[in-house]
Design a protein around this ligand. Structure first.
Ligand code: UD1
Ligand code: PEP
Length: 445
């Protein structure tokens, strides 16, 4: 089993560069199969496990996908398949984002039901409500969702009960080639939605209003492959901002768009962190003492749920009591138990976590429960006394390119190692099987 081992106590200094955003690149890659003509070139693609998974989903649908040095080329000119099996959807829920493009392009999609995950049940009813409003028939059975369109999707007005990021993206992609105009109301406003809309428009779509609560999509007959660069990852940037702040360091974070980080910058400023916008990035300087604040996660432009666990680490090291209220996901406090193993003082009351600090965190063996929880535990390790060993790295690898290597580059005492666990050790230590000589009762080694 691989582990990240961190020894706390170093202040981080230097420069670190942020990758293209995971949550922007996945819908963009899914959207690339909308192009029945020409190739798409997608730039600033991070080398993440999720990117490899969505590439496999596309290849399984008969698209031609190549990926090298942060650059993906997709050619989806041929006849597309219609199925995304459970082996991909199980690894990454965003695989479901091919449903909208497939309905638009082929009129048929059969995708394994995503199921629950560590941060909540995560239903997809709002995606399906949108497809049905546009004329698709949806059937659920044998662990699959199958959607079909008789002739062509038809534009409609769709009001989302919650500004779901995935539902906004899926419906937006489906609507690009629908007959007439589709209006999504109470749409998600995240920067990743704007990144996707820009790519769709470069392909020839007519999407207006992305980044606001109302998105209008006028259907067109066909889309063509286009070139597109992915926006920087605001959550990876935020994770390094916390690393600098918590360690009392001074770090320049390059390739960031500070307008995407406003809620985080505001909260960190309230806590006493110094953040300076420089021409090539954000400089983050950790203060001697951090002040506790209250945080409530909300859809954009509210405070991002994907920074909740990392901010809990910062609160653990702050003076006073801070309350974190998680309103986006029903069960995104799995990391609290792990923080308690590191001596963290946290109480859970309903959807709120009450964090009292400052805590003298102690190194321990802790498990990532989801990708941001994993990153938050690594951050805690930066300041904990002794050694912190973070396991279940498959979660971290979904969303961070070489997290340990990048933190090491700015001065952390950190390494990623392979250590066999008990069952692996048993296999290693098992005696070599005895070989029997043919027709003999004697065993020889
Ligand atoms: C790949 C990607 O971009 N992932 C991000 C995306 O996830 P994702 O697109 O899955 O998140 P959503 O915005 O859809 O989900 C937000 C909330 O709405 C609920 N919901 C969603 C859809 C639906 O049909 N019905 C429903 O009830 C979910 O269970 C959740 O409680 O946005 C989340 C919220 O910012 C982020 O945490 C994820 O990192
Ligand atoms: C929850 C996240 O991602 P996903 O929706 O892909 O699980 C995340 O990026 O923090």
């Amino acid at each position: 089993m691989e582990k990240i081992i961190v020894r706390g106590g170093r202040s981080l200094n230097g420069t670190v560069r942020v990758e293209g955003a995971k949550n922007a690149v996945l819908p963009v890659i899914a959207a690339s199969i909308l192009a029945s003509k020409g190739k798409s070139n997608i730039y600033d693609v991070p080398a993440l496990a999720d990117v490899y998974t969505i590439n496999e989903v596309l290849r399984n649908l008969n698209a031609d996908v190549s990926y090298e040095d942060g650059h993906i080329t997709v050619n989806a000119e041929g006849t597309l398949g219609t199925e995304a099996p459970f082996e991909y959807v199980r690894k990454m829920r965003a695989s479901f984002l091919v449903m909208g493009p497939l309905l638009a392009r082929v009129g048929h999609a059969r995708i394994a039901l995503p199921g629950g995950c560590a941060i909540g049940s995560r239903p997809i009813d709002q995606h399906l409500k949108g497809f049905e409003a546009m004329g698709a028939t949806v059937e659920i059975g044998n662990g699959f969702i199958e959607a079909k369109v008789e002739d062509q999707l038809i534009g409609d007005k769709i009001y989302l009960d919650f500004p779901s990021v995935g539902a906004t993206e899926n419906i937006m992609m489906a609507a690009t080639m629908a007959k007439g105009t589709t209006i999504i109301e109470n749409a998600a406003e995240e920067p990743e939605i704007v990144c996707l809309a820009n790519y769709l428009n470069a392909m020839g779509a007519k999407v207006r209003g992305a980044g606001t609560g109302t998105i209008r999509i006028q259907g067109v007959d066909e889309l063509t492959g286009a070139d597109h660069t992915i926006i920087p990852d605001r959550i990876e940037a935020g994770t390094f901002m916390v690393a600098a702040a918590i360690s009392g360091g001074n770090v320049l974070i390059e390739n960031v768009l500070s307008e995407h980080l406003r809620p985080l910058i505001a909260k960190m400023n309230e806590m006493g962190v110094i953040i300076i916008e420089e021409s090539n990035g954000l400089r983050v300087i950790g203060p001697e003492k951090l002040q506790a604040v209250d945080i409530k996660t909300m859809p954009h432009p509210g405070f991002p749920t994907d920074m909740q666990a990392q901010m809990m680490t910062l609160l653990l090291c702050s003076e006073g009591t801070g309350v974190i209220t998680e309103t986006v996901f029903e069960n995104r406090f799995m990391h609290v138990e792990e923080f308690r193993r590191m001596n963290g003082d946290i109480k859970i009351e309903g959807r709120s976590a009450i964090v009292t600090g400052p805590n003298k965190l102690q190194g321990a063996e802790v498990a990532s429960t989801d990708l941001r929880a994993g990153a938050a535990l690594v951050l805690a390790g930066l300041v904990a006394e002794g050694q912190t060993r973070v396991t279940e790295l498959k979660h971290i690898d979904r969303g961070y390119v070489d997290l340990a290597g990048k933190l090491k580059q700015i001065g952390a005492d950190i390494e990623r190692v392979y250590e066999p666990n008990e069952s692996e050790l048993e296999n290693l230590e098992a005696p070599a099987p005895l070989k029997m000589e043919p027709n003999s009762n004697f065993a020889v080694k």
